[in-house]
Design a protein around this ligand. Structure first.
Ligand SMILES: Cc1cc2nc3c(=O)[nH]c(=O)nc-3n(C[C@H](O)[C@H](O)[C@H](O)COP(=O)(O)O)c2cc1C
Length: 272
């Protein structure tokens, strides 16, 4: 097979990265010739300034986390600049064990509009960005076995079908509205304005500045924000001294509710 394998992802807390990278690696391992895998990590703002385009020679595994049941809307502008030129695409969404709602179909549609041919797709589960216990440590071994099998099936499809077929994925059209957390009275509540706090454990190492996908944490005073917070969990989960946290009542209520209501393990779904 004379295709080039590409992995491209946004991954604030590394679960999407783990899945997309493994799919790309496994497909590459199946190929006889020595091939190079191209990797684009667009988690940080600098990377989203680079234009990206592919050709018919490319197979592109592209992954994003599910935010509010959809493709994160802060990424739409960048995603819409990626040019397919007839490349094969495998959209992957990773969600925190609640639901992926319409994120996979949204990503698939977006890729098709950008000139990709979508030949497979998958929804996988990763530890929830808000929590240390919801989908804890996922993707785990069981998930990675499914990831591996998915990659093998993509390889088989690429090498055995004369005319590689497009696929359909699960989801609604028109897409459902963004999922909204509820307040104590059961009314939808908007947590978009919620920002992280910094406690006395902070050593001022600036790691949070480096990992914030929005480039929002002030380098001179890391307790301040210069831009928006998307609640991605990067500064919280990656802080070596656990100095970042949220104390907003509605955010904490939502997190707790998810931990209770979505505790039952969900399984990855693949479409090929
Ligand atoms: C703002 C926000 C909204 C989210 N919405 C959902 C959701 O609707 N359903 C779900 O199951 N998980 C949701 N999650 C959890 C992430 O999709 C999940 O933890 C994912 O594994 C994170 O990927 P990453 O590690 O690559 O950043 C949300 C996370 C964030 C930050």
């Amino acid at each position: 097979m004379d295709k080039k394998i590409n992995s491209i992802y946004f991954s604030a807390t590394d679960t999407t990265k783990k899945i997309v990278s493994e799919i790309a690696k496994k497909i590459s391992e199946n190929m006889d010739d020595e091939i190079t895998t191209n990797n684009i990590d667009f988690t940080l703002p600098e990377a989203r300034k680079e234009p990206v385009s592919f050709t018919k020679e490319d197979v592109v595994i592209i992954g994003v986390p599910v935010y509010a049941g959809r493709v994160p809307n802060v990424l739409l502008k960048y995603l819409n600049t990626i040019v397919g030129n007839g490349a094969f695409a495998i959209p992957v969404v990773v969600y925190g064990n609640r639901s992926y709602d319409d994120a996979l179909i949204e990503l698939k549609d977006l890729l098709e509009l950008n000139g990709f041919k979508v030949i497979a797709g998958g929804a996988f589960i990763g530890e929830h960005s808000f929590s240390k216990i919801l989908a804890k440590n996922r993707p785990d071994e069981k998930d990675m076995a499914i990831v591996s099998d998915f990659a093998n099936r993509i390889y088989t499809k690429l090498t055995t079908q004369d005319e590689i077929q497009s696929i359909a994925v699960k989801g609604n059209q028109p897409y459902r509205k963004h999922y909204m957390p509820k307040d104590r009275a059961g009314n939808p509540t908007d947590i978009r304005k919620v920002t992280p706090k910094t406690n006395r454990n902070c050593m001022d190492c600036k790691l949070c500045v480096k990992v914030c996908p929005m480039g929002s944490i002030d380098e001179r005073d890391v307790s301040r924000l210069n831009g928006i917070c998307i609640k991605c969990g990067a500064c919280i989960k990656k802080c070596p001294t656990h100095a970042k946290y949220y104390d907003d009542v509605n955010y904490l209520r939502h997190k707790h509710e998810l931990e209770i209501d979505c505790a039952q393990r969900r399984a990855p779904e693949i479409f090929i």
